[in-house]
Design a protein around this ligand. Structure first.
Ligand code: ARG
Length: 459
């Protein structure tokens, strides 16, 4: 038997395969709240402009509210034959309230309805993810403040470069996440226009009030072109792009947690709460949460590429291809919610080993730049010459198997006779980080100031 929502001209029903490929109710039921919210606004507008009666609107409101309760209670009879969430809810509404239910779809199409629902869903998702991003940033800022002076190795090429502090390192992620938040905010601002009332593609001959529904649903206004309203998913692509970038940030941090918890690094420890054991190797403590966060970007960026590929070459206006937008959007948003929660959990859980970090910070001649800078400042050597002299001293220390600070003054003077005892003051990791007070530099005073600034911004 055919779909009673549109089967007027049909005498036969769809094949089982047609139904299977066509139905989206298995995943778009996630938008039931948004669908009901949109229908309530639409019904109120239809009554306001006199297309339906006050009684009809009251019945629709009551019916939709009851349906919401049914879905929430897990008692809603979802039907695959009714294709999607829109027709499932509408059919049930008519079942419950009769005639009035059949009037709800006046001046509306599933094309503007679904465009609306997805927008509302993404907007809600942005609001939730924004809160989580703020929470993760807060966690990082707390730890950064606590470890503003905890010296650790700074790397380039993953080789020892210069000493930095754990606080400075963590605040680098706060900056990245701050931009992620702002990207999501931009996306939200740009997408916050209502497609409702575009109907199938050309708008409606009924005297609908699109400004009214837009306002009721929290939009800045109605979208200006009905074709664009039903055909565009750039808001979703932008959302996925912003999430993909954010996911790369989480992935980089997660990779560092994996490295840092490796005993050869030994920089931080995670508790039982954020590690797992091995079914065979009794000694194991694996950073699975970090590994999974490191990997999640694959799904999120996959959703972006997936949607762009669906949209590419699609002629205006609506095409059923667009039904393929949802699973990727839902999965990416849910994946990010979990990844953000796991990352915040790890940040709060991790125990840095300050002694080990300090020891590692001094390895690999990490204060060689400080020595070269000293030669420039004290002896007026051109930096290029200072670089050269320091290179020789590093080679000498390396050959003897000692640190730069363990070379004797005589050994240093053999390279540059004017070097004096004052040089040893700049060779410690503490002196190195404390000296870098340039704006945005790693000095603990800077880190404390930045942490305070962020704390204020996040409050
Ligand atoms: N389930 C559809 C989707 O997700 C709803 C819109 C269907 N519109 C149509 N004309 N068949 O895109």
């Amino acid at each position: 038997q055919g779909n009673q929502q549109w089967g007027g001209r049909y005498s036969g029903g769809p094949s089982a395969i047609m139904e299977a490929i066509n139905a989206s109710i298995g995943f778009d039921r996630k938008m039931w709240r948004q669908d009901i919210r949109g229908s309530l606004a639409h019904a109120a507008m239809l009554r306001h402009v006199g297309i339906i009666s006050a009684d009809d609107e009251a019945a629709i409101k009551e019916g939709l509210t009851a349906i919401g309760a049914e879905i929430e209670a897990g008692e809603f009879p979802f039907s695959e034959a009714l294709e999607d969430i829109h027709m499932n809810i509408e059919a049930r509404l008519t079942e419950r309230i009769g005639e009035a239910g059949k009037r709800l779809h006046t001046a509306r199409s599933r094309n503007d309805q679904v465009a609306l629902d997805v927008r509302l869903w993404v907007r809600d998702a942005i609001d939730g993810l924004d809160k989580q991003l703020a929470d993760l940033m807060q966690a990082l800022v707390e730890r950064a403040d606590e470890h503003a002076a905890t010296v650790m190795p700074g790397f380039t090429h993953l080789q020892p470069a210069q000493p930095t502090t754990l606080g400075h390192h963590l605040l680098a992620y706060v900056e990245m996440l701050g931009r992620d938040r702002s990207r999501l905010g931009d996306c939200r601002a740009r997408m916050n226009q209502s497609p409702l009332g575009a109907a199938a593609l050309c708008g409606s001959g009924f005297p609908i009030d699109r400004h009214m529904t837009a306002q009721a649903l929290g939009f800045d206004g109605p979208m200006r072109n009905s074709l664009d309203a039903v055909a565009s998913r750039d808001f979703a692509m932008e959302f996925l792009a912003a999430l993909s970038i954010c996911a790369t940030h989480l992935s980089r941090f997660a990779e560092e947690v994996v490295l840092w918890t490796n005993p050869y690094f030994g920089f931080v420890k995670l508790s039982d709460a954020y590690t797992t054991g091995s079914s065979i190797m009794p000694q194991k403590r694996n950073p699975d949460a970090a590994e999974l966060v490191r990997a999640k970007v694959g799904r999120v960026a996959g959703a972006l590429v997936g949607l762009m590929t669906v949209m590419k070459g699609l002629p205006l206006a609506y095409g059923k291809d667009m039904q393929e937008d949802k699973e990727g959007i839902f999965d990416a948003a849910e994946t990010m919610a979990l990844a953000l929660a796991a990352t915040a959990g790890m940040v709060r859980d991790m125990k840095p080993d300050a002694a080990r970090l300090r020891e590692a910070a001094g390895a690999g001649f990490s204060t060689a730049t400080d020595l070269a800078d000293w030669l420039v400042r004290e002896l007026r050597l051109p930096f290029r010459d200072a670089h050269h002299v320091t290179g020789h001293l590093v080679a000498k220390a390396e050959a003897r198997g000692v640190d730069l600070s363990e070379l004797t003054l005589e050994e240093m003077q053999a390279e540059e006779p004017r070097i004096h005892n004052g040089v040893f003051q700049v060779l410690s990791v503490e002196a190195s980080v404390a000296s870098r007070t340039s704006y945005g530099g790693t000095a603990p005073v800077n880190v404390r100031r930045m942490a305070a600034e962020w704390r204020e911004r996040l409050a």
